[in-house]
Design a binder for this molecule. Sequence first.
Ligand SMILES: [Zn+2]
Length: 57
Amino acid sequence: MQKKKYISIYFKCCHVYNRIYINKEGTAYVGRCPSCMTPVRVNIGAGGVNTRFFEAY
Ligand SMILES: [Zn+2]
C-alpha cells in the first residue's frame, strides 16, 4: 500500500482549503491553517487514511 504524501483539508475556522503533509515518521498528516496558523493533525491508522478530505475546526 502506498501512502499519499499529503491530503487536502478544509479549515472551518477560516473557510479555506489547504494541503497538509505527512510527517517524517509517517504516522500523521500535520500542518497549519494558512490564514490563522491553527495547527492541525490527522493521525494515520493501521489501515491508512481512506479519504483525502478532512475538516478542521
Ligand atoms: Zn484558520
